[in-house]
Design a protein around this ligand. Structure first.
Ligand code: SF4
Ligand code: SF4
Length: 321
């Protein structure tokens, strides 16, 4: 295709749609993108067929922005297809970057998910207990649907990725910065995490830290938190010590503890372990029994510590699968 315009694609794998909405949230800037680029595939906004992508030359796309994790055979097929057709592949948002919210499914098993959704869900119509099958006969024809994998993968488990844009979803200015960098041809070093910093979120958080220790953990709604003091030092689980900054600390600034969507800092091999270490350090006790009692007050610590990063953790998934 002879054109001066950038050729780009956007795709969602195992995703909620929030990352696509974040791109649309760039308001009129999206018109600049449309002026500078041909959007060849974007399932949420533009008509485009997989067959059109399959017909492209390898490397014909300048950029693919892939959000969502890889959960099924369609996600994997399109990830590999777009990787082959794209000069640059960006893992966009927590799900593509480190597994994200869909990655929490790695704490249970495929069979448990299917049983809950299709056999035991109280909202099922009476008698309609049908498990989806990759192939089934319908009116004399064979209907095929994607295979549901045993676990969730982050994008670079499946294909090489050039850049990572963290966040759930990425913030408006990050989205804009990435698109501007590509349009201007000013790209960071390959493999970079774009639109975020190399500091921990606590370094950017305006809440006052005083090295206070705690005797109890609380859910945010269980106490009237001091509006200026560090949430973790008040016993409210906050992932700030183990999370890369770059979001502007919007959650803790608003009284909401950080959930960790920007992922781990460079060099951290297991975000949940890093967070556990930070959380343990605020406990005010050296007595093993008291420490155990305090830790028992942590609600679903595994789900909290690996809320976004289970597929990129050392264990990656529950061993029950
Ligand atoms: S990163 Fe967040 S907003 Fe984006 S697809 Fe995943 S869950 Fe949705
Ligand atoms: S632990 Fe949370 S509230 Fe405390 S300084 Fe860090 S980001 Fe802010």
């Amino acid at each position: 295709m002879a054109t001066d315009k950038l050729q780009i694609a956007l795709y969602w794998g195992a995703a909620c749609g929030g990352c696509d909405v974040a791109v649309l949230d760039t308001d009129e800037f999206i018109l600049d993108v449309a002026a500078a680029a041909d959007i060849r595939l974007w399932p949420i906004a533009v008509d485009g067929k997989y067959a059109d992508v399959e017909a492209m030359e390898d490397g014909e796309l300048d950029l693919t922005i892939y959000n969502g994790a890889v959960r099924n055979s369609e996600n994997e097929h399109i990830a590999k297809l777009l990787r082959a057709k794209s000069k640059l592949l960006v893992a966009f948002g927590s799900c593509a970057h480190i597994g994200g919210i869909p990655g929490l499914a790695n704490l249970t098993s495929r069979d448990e998910i299917l049983t809950t959704a299709y056999l035991e869900n109280p909202s099922l119509e009476r008698g309609s207990k049908t498990l989806p099958l990759p192939e089934s006969g319908v009116n004399g024809s064979t209907l095929t649907i994607p295979s549901f994998y045993r676990r969730v993968y982050k994008l670079d488990d499946i294909v090489p990725v050039d850049y990572y844009v963290p966040g759930c979803p990425p913030a408006f200015d990050q989205v804009k910065a990435v698109l501007q960098a590509v349009v201007a041809g000013e790209l960071p070093a390959p493999g970079s995490v774009v639109g975020a910093s190399e500091r921990a979120l606590c370094d950017d958080c305006p809440r006052v830290k005083s090295e206070k220790r705690i005797k109890h953990f609380y859910r945010p709604w269980q106490i009237m938190a001091d509006p200026d003091a560090c949430l973790l030092e008040q016993g409210i689980l906050c992932a700030g010590p183990a999370t890369r900054s770059g979001c502007g600390a919007r959650c803790p600034s608003s009284g909401i503890p950080c959930r960790g969507c920007y992922g781990p800092l460079d060099g951290v091999v297991d975000m949940g372990a890093k967070l556990l270490s930070a959380v343990i350090s605020v406990i005010d006790s050296t007595d093993p029994e008291e420490i155990e009692r305090i830790i028992d007050g942590l609600p679903d610590f595994t789900g909290f510590a690996y809320r976004f990063s289970a597929p990129s953790s050392l264990l990656q998934r529950s061993v029950r699968q």
